[in-house]
Every structure is written in structure tokens, then in C-alpha cells.
Design a protein around this ligand. Structure first.
Ligand SMILES: Cc1cc2nc3c(=O)[nH]c(=O)nc-3n(C[C@H](O)[C@H](O)[C@H](O)COP(=O)(O)OP(=O)(O)OC[C@H]3O[C@@H](n4cnc5c(N)ncnc54)[C@H](O)[C@@H]3O)c2cc1C
Ligand code: SF4
Length: 520
């Protein structure tokens, strides 16, 4: 039986549908889960609040992509505006707009989940066959240094000169033309996102996907979810059309990603004894901008292909970080690079000569580092969500040290100038100026911080007193409700999260499938 993809404009009347499993969200977690359930012959209905956009819609323009395919038109931010948050909102979720870096979970993180958070049965050996399958199906392969763009080569050279550890990144691509616009949607279907791989497979096997449909609330009868109530959105305006889709499933899997999944549970009155929305981790990022004599053209070429975990573990009480480079497109640069007015204009004019180093901090693994919170601004089904993430001295110390390392790397690679992400940037012209970073102001809005990796909010763990879902991804207080996405991570990872989410969803699908026929 072949399924179908429906879009909002086809849903002109209120509808009620029944199914085995309702999967809310079509990203890394939902895409894999929907596929695995459909493959087992289950009747799957998937809801996605974003639109159904494919390579024909991907025009390689930031002005098109960010409003259309990112949460809150790419303007999502923490409540104090200190951290800007990039997060996907389209069929395929983050996998449609991400930068293809694919890492297995660091073993020490899985061990921490077991030892500190009581997660059972999730170790490398258990996940290995799931990752093997995903790596084959999604064509996850090494991207050799010879194929790296200049932006990544500069990082590679800087790391080599300073004697730091360095590695090349695996990417989920097939026949990649290295256009560099992964974040705007891949126009050649080279990126093996959920949009072009597991979602079409699942639809082929009978899954019904409703795009432009936003789940507003889960209805419970005792400890069972009996319905998912959703609004149909107009694909052109993204506003509710007034039509409702009601799904009556045997089992519900919330896969809306960190931030949106906890928000949906909260809107449904499920607060997990106060734990839903807690332990939100963002991998907060600071960006160091280098200017080179040569043209770097960081807007072309595979965006993220070199990394270093040299500083991931700085010892007890210190924030560690992962080092990578991002693609530098004009709009993204204009909002993440420092300065205002003429200085900013000058910087933008120099864009082809710019290289950026990002330090992705590993949050949630130090005692007392509980991350941020997702909550609601009101009590109704339409209450807007609120993201809070207090940045403390602990973070600022890490950011400052990370910026110093990034600047040294850029000078080692030949930068003639390095700028910090402060609102009045620290301007460094040689290595000896790196000390100028010490007295710079480290405070919210004085120093730009960003996030493209959201995790947590529905933490998995060994006890209902300390976690939202158990070690089978089942919500502790409901029989037929699962959460399958990055929100279940009890800590951040210290590597880009997509492949961990894919692996956890592939492994977790057995528990969701078992629940259709009774408790697993
Ligand atoms: C610009 C960018 C670059 C990135 N680069 C990388 C990278 O190179 N490597 C890497 O590993 N990671 C990368 N990431 C992160 C990675 O893409 C995400 O961590 C991952 O996709 C998250 O998976 P998820 O299943 O938790 O949520 P998502 O993939 O975000 O999927 C959730 C989906 O659910 C939908 N949804 C939410 N709420 C509802 C609702 N109520 N009703 C219906 N639908 C709903 C959302 O619209 C979304 O499409 C990047 C992210 C961004 C934004
Ligand atoms: S770099 Fe490759 S995967 Fe990314 S958009 Fe270009 S062709 Fe697609």
C-alpha cells in the first residue's frame, strides 16, 4: 500500500484519522521512526508543521530559505535575546537544512548517561548495528581533506601548526557538488536528508504525512493519549486556516525536536512532575572571524569538514568545546559577525576573505550545569513558548578561552586580522593581541552567542523522579506516549547531534512498535 504526502491546502475540511502510530515531527528522530514503523507494516500518520519543500523550491537564496524552513523565521532566540537559535521547520526538519556533519556519539557521553542519569541499555555495542545501517542507507562517508574548501583547510592548517588534534568529518551525501548551500536546502538532492531518503521510503510503504499541520495538544484519557489535536496551516501564510486535523492513534510519538517537544507536552498538561522543559542544552557557540589576504570564499564548498576535540575536556568545573568552521553566507554572517554601521559594512564587503572558527561548547556534563528551560507564556493551546538559558561565569570563562584559541588558530593559518564576536569587537592584528580578549566584556548581548544544536527538555533517565522518559523513550506517566528526538538527551554531546538522534530513533523504534501491540 502506498501512502501519501498531504499539504495544508488539500485539507479543506476538518478531518479525523485513525492509525497505529501518530509521529509528530518529521526531522532526524521522526523521519527514522516513521520509516521503521512503516517498514514493520504499521499504519503511520506523520504530522509536520513546516511545509513540504523539495529541491525544486531550493533556490540557494538565504532570503527564501530562512523564513520558509527555520523555526520562527530563523529569529528564534532565548528570552533575553542573548542566544540566537537556528532550528529547522520543514519536512525533514533539521536534516533538510543542516550542514551534513555526521558523528557517532562519543563513548564517554553514553557512559555518562548510564552512570549519572541511569539510562539503561544504550551503549556503543547496542547502537553500532543501527549506525551501520544508517551509515549505509544515508551514505555517510568521510570527506577527505583534499576536497575541503579553503575555510576548512585553513582550520586544518592552523590546527596542524599549533599541534592540536584534528580530524575530517563524515558527511551524509551522495554525488555532492560541493555547492555549499546545505543550510538553504540541497538543490541537487545530494544531501541524504530525511526529505529524500527515509521519508519517501516510508510513504512508499504506506505512511501518510501531513505537512503544514501543527500539533497543538495531546488529549489524554487517564494515562493514555487518545487523540492528537492539530491545526491545519495555510502553506502560503503559515497561519491556521481554521481547519482541524484530529488523529486517533494507538500510540503517539512526539518528535518535534528539543524546544518544541517539551512545549507540546506542556500545552497538553504533561509536565513530568516539573521536569518537562528542564535540562535544555544548546551547545552554545562563539564565533571568531578572521580576515585573510587570500580569497577564502567560505560560502562555496562542503561547509563543515574539519574538526578538533582538543579542548572538549578541560577538567572539572571547566566548559570544554569542539572546534569547527561554519559556511559564511551574507545573511548568516551579518547576524553572527560583530559590529554595527560602517564597521559592519566594511566587514561585509570583506566577506570573500573571511574565515570563521566556531567553538561549540559542551554543556550539561559538569556538576550543576543544568542548562536552560522551555516554558509557556500562558495556559492556552496557543501560548507561545519561552526559552531561557542563563549564561553564567562558567560559560563566559569558557567562551573567552575558546575565543583565544580560535584567534591563535586563525593567526597560525595566516590571518591578517581577527575579530571577536563582541558588539564592539576586539580587533587583533597578530598573536600578541590575543591578550586583548581578556578584558573584553563578557555578558549577555555584549558578546554574541548562537546555537544550531538543541538537545534536552524531555530528558531520558533511570528514574521518574529525575527524568521525563524512561530508557525505552516512553513518557514515564503515560502508557502509549513516546518522545523520539534530540529532546531526550540528558546532556549535550560535544559533537554535532544528528547521527546520535538518528541512531537513538532507529534503536528506539522497537519499543514504539512493541507498544502498538501492548506494553513492551
Ligand atoms: C543550520 C543548521 C546546521 C546544522 N548542522 C548540523 C550538522 O552539520 N550536523 C549535525 O549533526 N547536526 C546539525 N544540525 C542540527 C541537527 O540538524 C538537529 O540536531 C537535528 O535535526 C534535530 O533532530 P530532531 O529530530 O530532534 O528535530 P528536528 O530535526 O528539528 O525535527 C523536528 C521537526 O518537528 C516539527 N515540529 C515541531 N513541533 C511540531 C508540532 N507541534 N507539530 C508538527 N510538527 C512539529 C518541526 O517543524 C521539525 O521539522 C544543524 C542544524 C541547523 C539548524
Ligand atoms: S554541498 Fe553538497 S549536499 Fe550541500 S547543498 Fe551543495 S550539493 Fe547539496
Amino acid at each position: 500500500m502506498s501512502g501519501r504526502i498531504f499539504t495544508g491546502d488539500e485539507l479543506t475540511e476538518d478531518r479525523v484519522v485513525t492509525c497505529d502510530v501518530c509521529v509528530v515531527g518529521s526531522g532526524a528522530g521522526g523521519g527514522v521512526l516513521g520509516h521503521e514503523l512503516a517498514r514493520r507494516g504499521l499504519d503511520v500518520v506523520m504530522l509536520e508543521e513546516g511545509g513540504y519543500r523539495t529541491r525544486r523550491d531550493f533556490d540557494m537564496k538565504e532570503a527564501t530559505a530562512y523564513p520558509a524552513m527555520y523555526q520562527e523565521l530563523a529569529n528564534r532566540a532565548t528570552d533575553d535575546l542573548a542566544i540566537s537559535i537556528l532550528q529547522g521547520r520543514t519536512v525533514g526538519g533539521g536534516t533538510t537544512v543542516n550542514w551534513c556533519a555526521s558523528f557517532r556519539t562519543p563513548p564517554e557521553i553514553l557512559q555518562r548517561w548510564r552512570d549519572v542519569h541511569g539510562v539503561k541499555g544504550l551503549d556503543e555495542a547496542t547502537l553500532a548495528p543501527h549506525w551501520d545501517w544508517l551509515e549505509e542507507r544515508l551514505h555517510i562517508r568521510d570527506w577527505p581533506i583534499e576536497q575541503a574548501n579553503r575555510n576548512n583547510q585553513l582550520l586544518w592548517e592552523g590546527l596542524g601548526k599549533l599541534g592540536y588534534s584534528r580530524g575530517t568529518v563524515k558527511r551524509n551525501v551522495k554525488s555532492c557538488a560541493a555547492l555549499g548551500v546545505c543550510g538553504l536546502g540541497c538543490p541537487t538532492d545530494a544531501k541524504q536528508s530525511m526529505l529524500v531518503t527515509l521519508i519517501p521510503d516510508a510513504v512508499e510503504q504506506g505512511m501518510r504525512l501531513f505537512a503544514n499541520v501543527s500539533a497543538r495538544r495531546l488529549e489524554l484519557d487517564g494515562s493514555r493519549v487518545v487523540a492528537v489535536h492539530a491545526d491545519v496551516l495555510d502553506p502560503r501564510t503559515d497561519r491556521p486556516t481554521g481547519k482541524r486535523l484530529t488523529v486517533k492513534p494507538k500510540v503517539t510519538a512526539v518528535c518535534g525536536g528539543a524546544i518544541n517537544s517539551p512545549a507540546l507536552l506542556l500545552r497538553s498538561g504533561l509536565d513530568g512532575r516539573g521536569l518537562v522543559g528542564k535540562r535544555l542544552f544548546l551547545h552554545p557557540v562563539v564565533i571568531s572571524t578572521g580576515r585573510f589576504r587570500e580569497r577564502v570564499e567560505a560560502f562555496f564548498g562542503a561547509p563543515l569538514t574539519v574538526y578538533s576535540r582538543q579542548f572538549i575536556d578541560r577538567g572539572p568545573g571547566k566548559l570544554g568545546w569542539l572546534i569547527e568552521v561554519p559556511p559564511i553566507h551574507p545573511v548568516l554572517a551579518s547576524v553572527t559577525m560583530p559590529g554595527f554601521g560602517a564597521a559592519h559594512q566594511e566587514l561585509m564587503a570583506q566577506l570573500p576573505y573571511a574565515n570563521a572558527v566556531i567553538s561549540i561548547t559542551l554543556d550539561g556534563v559538569q556538576p550543576g550545569d543544568v542548562g536552560g528551560t522551555v516554558s509557556l507564556r500562558g495556559e492556552s493551546e496557543y501560548s507561545r513558548l519561552k526559552v531561557e538559558y542563563p549564561l553564567t561565569d562558567f560559560h563566559w570563562e569558557g567562551f573567552r578561552e575558546a575565543l583565544k584559541v580560535a584567534a591563535r588558530l586563525q593567526f597560525a593559518a595566516g590571518a591578517e586580522q581577527v575579530l571577536s564576536p563582541h558588539s564592539s569587537p576586539v580587533v587583533m592584528r597578530s598573536e600578541k593581541d590575543v591578550a586583548l580578549l581578556d578584558p573584553a566584556p563578557y555578558a549577555p548581548l555584549m558578546c554574541r552567542v548562537a546555537s544550531a544544536h538543541q538537545m534536552g527538555g524531555c530528558a531520558m533517565g533511570g528514574s521518574r523522579e529525575t527524568s521525563v522518559v524512561d530508557s525505552t523513550l516512553r513518557y514515564w506517566d503515560a502508557d502509549n506516549l513516546f518522545v523520539v528526538d534530540g529532546s531526550v538527551f540528558p546532556t549535550a554531546l560535544g559533537v554535532n547531534p544528528m547521527q546520535t538522534i538518528l541512531g537513538v530513533a532507529h534503536w528506539g523504534s522497537q519499543h514504539v512498535a512493541a507498544a502498538v501491540g501492548g506494553r513492551s
